[in-house]
Design a protein around this ligand. Structure first.
Ligand code: ADP
Ligand code: MG
Length: 246
């Protein structure tokens, strides 16, 4: 590879990416650069296209137009498992019949890693999320917050280059949400990985993000630091959405 260093600072680049479902345009043609190591939040009301954008980057869906680059490689049509992108979902998406250990081990087993290596990595991931000792439990024997910690462990266990979370705290109550915001921020600092985080909660976005990408009906309303959006909103929509309190 003979790319210059400045090229490689850009973890993800979207060029003219749009997505239609039938005749419905979920995402208008969008340009977006996500920088290596940053915590970028996609913020916006329900239906604004946040999950669509995440699913395009993950490769769960292919765009109607445009291309997606990862470290300057075109990954627009690359299979999801080859992208090195980890996902955490609002509903945890754990396998109910499997233990905590096996849920976290799953991505490594799929990759055919040897079992001593799997043990080491799973134990390390569980330790990072504070779940050492919970290996033999089943998801239903755990609280919502604990289940989401399992979801996070399953995501980080194979050291993805990019971690994406789609409303990961949406099912939790407010106190726990605040605690887990801190835990996720600490994880970002410790790992130094690029995070793309989705929420509809502007407070959460203001607390957690290096930059916020505020979306409105399938397009970017404003992209900037929390201070930019809070103190220098570029439209009435941005001012009202950021100013709202829960
Ligand atoms: P958000 O995550 O911000 O709530 P989404 O990305 O899920 O928004 O949805 C954006 C728009 O795309 C919405 O109008 C939604 O109804 C539509 N949409 C999303 N996924 C599909 C799909 N699989 N089929 C049809 N329409 C969809
Ligand atoms: Mg969504």
């Amino acid at each position: 590879m003979s790319q210059t260093q400045s090229d490689n600072r850009h973890a993800i680049t979207l060029q003219g990416v749009s997505m239609s479902f039938g005749s419905a345009l979920a995402l208008r043609p969008t340009d977006l650069t996500v920088h290596r190591g940053e915590f970028l939040t996609l913020l916006g009301p329900s239906g604004s296209g946040k999950s669509t954008l995440l699913n395009l980057i993950a490769g769960a869906i292919a765009p109607t137009t445009g291309r997606i680059l990862l470290d300057d490689r075109d990954i627009t049509y690359m299979p999801p498992r080859d992208r090195g992108i980890g996902m955490v979902f609002q509903n945890y998406a754990l396998m109910p019949h499997m233990t905590v250990f096996e849920n976290v081990a799953y991505p490594l087993r799929v990759r055919g890693e040897p079992s001593d290596q799997i043990h080491r990595k799973v134990n390390e991931a569980l330790e990072r999320v504070g779940l050492t000792g919970f290996e033999d439990r089943k998801p239903r024997q755990m609280s919502g917050g604990q289940q989401q910690r399992v979801g996070i462990a399953r995501c980080i266990v194979y050291s993805p280059a990019i971690i994406m979370m789609d409303e990961p705290l949406g099912a939790l109550d407010k106190n726990l949400r605040e605690q887990m915001q801190d835990e996720i921020k600490r994880l970002h600092t410790d790992l130094g990985t690029t995070f793309i985080y989705v929420t509809h909660d502007q407070e959460e976005a203001l607390n957690m993000s290096d930059r916020i990408c505020l979306m409105s009906v399938g397009e970017i309303a404003q992209l900037g630091t929390p201070e930019d959006l809070y103190f220098a909103p570029q439209s009435r929509f941005v001012a009202e959405f950021i100013g709202e309190s829960n």
